[in-house]
Design a protein around this ligand. Structure first.
Ligand code: GDG
Length: 480
C-alpha cells in the first residue's frame, strides 16, 4: 500500500532525557494537528529531527529512543550539535529567515553555513530515500528543507513530491540578493506541487523563477525539463473545533478557575478592557513597535489610563541567535520604561510574560481578552489571530491585525492596520474599544464561519488532493 511521508525539520514529538532514561511525548503544534489523519493513515511516516543531538549520546540509549520514535510512526534524522548550530541556527535562522521576512539588515551569509545546509538537507534525503517505496508521496515542509525536493527527485524521479512554505516568499528584488538563489530555486523545483499561504507569495515565487531561472511560466505552471510543476496558494487553517470547544468549557461557570483566570477577570468589566498579544519572541512579530504604539495610544488617549491593560505573552524562541537576544533586551527595557512611566498604585499598563504557557492558560488568555492585538512586521500566516477568533464563543471581541500577516488576506472583518504606523494603531485601538457589541458579533460571525469551513484538516486534504492530481496528470502524459 502506498504511503505519505511527511518531512519537517522537527518531528511532532518532544524527547527528554534524564540520566539514563528518556521520555517521548507527542507535541501538539498546528502542523502536527493538520497532519494527524495523514500521518495516521496506513503506513504513513514522519521524518525529522528528534530535538536530541547525536553527540555524546550513548549508542544503546540512542537505539532505544529510535525504536520508541519508530513506534510513533516517526523516523529521526540524526543531527549533531554542529549541524544544529550551522544549518538551523546559522543558515536557516540567520540567512533564510531574515531575508524571507524582508529583514535585510539581519541577514548573514556564511559559506560554511551554506555547506552545512546542503549537508543536512542531504542527510534528510538519505533517510527519506531509505524509507521510500515506489508509488509513495512525499510532503516536505518549510524553509529549513528547500533543497530536499530536488535531492529526492534526483535519486527517485518517479516519486510525487509536494512542498509547502510556512513563511513568506519575498519579492524578486529581495530574493535576487541571495547568494545561492539559483540553487535554492532548483532545490524547490524538485517538487511537483509547491504551496504557499497566499497568492502574493505564490506570485513572488513565480516571478523569481521566471527571472532568475529563465523558465517558462504559464499561469501557475512551470515547465522545467520534461516536467510541469504546479504552484498554488493554500492558506493554512487551525483546528477550529478544538479551540472553540476549549473556550466553551471555560464559559462553564462551574469549572474551577485558575489563578491566572481570576486575575484576568479582576481586570475586565464594562469600563476596563484587556488587550492581548501572543507571539514567539521574534523580531518579525513587531513586539517593540507594538509596545511603543501602546505608549503613543496612552499619550494620545489619556482617558484610557487605568482602563486598559496590555497582556503580552512572548514565548522564548531561538535564544542562541544574537538578534533574538537583542530583541529580548529591547523588549524588557521598553516594558520597564512604559510601566514606569504610566503605572499607578493600582494599575500596571503592561503585563508581560516571557515564557510558554500550557494550552489551558492560553485559552484563558484568549477568552478573557476584549481585543487581540496581532501586529507582526511580516508573518507567513499567523495562527494566533485565527485562534483568538475561534475562541469567541459569545461573538464579542475585536481582532486588530497587521496587513503584513498572511492571515489578513482572509480576515477582512478584522481591523487591519499598518504595524509601522502608530497613528493607525492608536485609531484602530480606540475603534476596537468603542465598537458596539452588535458590530463585534457580526464581524466575528463572518470570520468564524470561514475559519470553521477551512480548518487545518481541510488545508491538508486540499494540498494532498492537488498533489494527487499532479500524479494523475503525469500518468496521463506517460500513457498518451
Ligand atoms: C510559522 C510562521 C505561520 C504560542 N504561544 C503558546 C502557544 N503558542 C502557539 C499558538 C499558535 C502557534 O504557537 C504560533 O503560530 P503562529 O502561526 O502564530 O507563528 P509561528 O510560530 O511563527 O509559525 C507563521 C505558521 O508557521 C504556520 O504555517 O502561521 O506565519 O511564522 O498555534 O497557539 N501554545 C501554547 N503555549 C504558549 O505559550 N500551548
Amino acid at each position: 500500500m502506498n504511503k505519505t511521508i511527511i518531512v519537517s525539520n522537527r518531528l511532532p514529538l518532544q524527547v527528554s532525557i534524564q540520566n539514563n532514561s528518556f521520555n517521548v511525548v507527542p507535541s501538539v503544534g498546528g502542523l502536527a494537528t493538520g497532519m494527524k489523519s495523514v500521518h495516521a493513515e496506513g503506513n504513513g511516516i514522519w521524518v525529522g529531527w528528534s530535538g536530541i543531538p547525536e553527540n555524546n549520546l550513548d549508542p544503546e540509549l540512542s537505539d532505544q529512543i529510535q525504536s520508541k520514535i519508530r513506534n510513533e510512526k516517526c523516523v529521526s534524522v540524526p543531527l549533531t550539535n554542529e549541524d544544529i548550530e550551522e544549518y538551523y541556527e546559522g543558515f536557516s535562522n540567520r540567512a533564510l529567515w531574515p531575508l524571507f521576512h524582508y529583514f535585510m539588515e539581519y541577514t548573514n551569509f556564511e559559506q560554511k553555513e551554506w555547506e552545512a545546509y546542503k549537508r543536512v538537507n542531504e542527510k534528510f534525503a538519505e533517510v527519506v530515500i531509505e524509507n521510500l517505496e515506489d508509488g509513495d508521496t512525499v510532503w516536505v515542509h518549510d524553509y529549513q528543507l528547500l533543497l530536499l525536493p530536488q535531492l529526492i527527485k534526483n535519486k527517485k524521479p518517479n516519486t510525487t513530491i509536494g512542498f509547502f512554505l510556512h513563511i513568506p516568499f519575498p519579492s524578486y528584488e529581495i530574493f535576487r540578493t541571495f547568494p545561492w538563489r539559483e540553487e535554492i530555486l532548483t532545490g524547490m523545483l524538485g517538487a511537483d506541487l509547491l504551496g504557499f499561504h497566499t497568492y502574493d507569495y505564490e506570485r513572488h515565487f513565480l516571478s523569481s523563477v521566471k527571472r532568475i531561472m529563465r523558465l517558462e511560466v504559464q499561469f501557475n505552471e512551470i515547465s522545467y525539463h520534461d516536467r510541469i510543476i504546479k504552484v498554488d496558494s493554500f492558506p493554512m487553517g487551525i483546528d477550529y473545533d478544538k479551540f472553540y470547544n476549549a473556550a466553551l468549557e471555560h464559559d462553564n461557570d462551574s469549572k474551577e478557575k485558575s489563578d491566572l483566570r481570576k486575575r484576568l477577570e479582576e481586570h475586565t468589566s464594562d469600563d476596563k478592557k484587556l488587550i492581548l498579544s501572543i507571539d514567539r519572541m521574534d523580531y518579525t512579530k513587531g513586539i517593540p513597535n507594538r509596545i511603543k504604539a501602546f505608549e503613543y495610544f496612552l499619550d494620545n488617549y489619556p482617558e484610557y489610563k487605568e482602563k486598559v491593560r496590555l497582556v503580552m505573552l512572548a514565548v522564548p524562541s531561538r535564544s542562541n541567535v544574537p538578534q533574538y537576544q537583542k530583541l529580548k533586551r529591547e523588549t524588557d527595557e521598553l516594558v520597564g520604561r512604559i510601566n514606569g512611566k504610566f503605572a499607578t498604585v493600582s494599575w500596571t499598563p503592561i503585563w508581560y510574560f516571557y515564557r510558554s504557557m500550557p494550552f489551558n492558560n492560553l485559552i484563558e488568555l484568549y477568552t478573557c481578552s476584549d481585543v487581540a492585538l496581532i501586529t507582526p512586521i511580516r508573518d507567513g500566516m499567523n495562527l494566533v489571530a485565527k485562534e483568538y477568533v475561534a475562541t469567541r464563543t459569545k461573538g464579542n471581541g475585536v481582532l486588530i491585525l497587521s496587513e503584513m500577516a498572511g492571515a489578513s488576506k482572509e480576515m477582512n472583518e478584522a481591523l487591519l492596520i499598518n504595524p509601522n504606523s502608530f497613528e493607525d494603531f492608536a485609531v484602530s485601538l480606540k475603534h476596537a474599544l468603542t465598537m458596539p457589541l452588535e458590530e463585534q458579533q457580526t464581524r466575528i460571525k463572518f470570520l468564524q464561519k470561514r475559519l470553521k469551513r477551512y480548518d487545518v484538516e481541510k488545508w491538508a486534504d486540499e494540498f494532498l488532493k492537488a498533489l494527487e492530481d499532479t500524479k494523475n496528470s503525469k500518468n496521463e502524459n506517460v500513457t498518451k
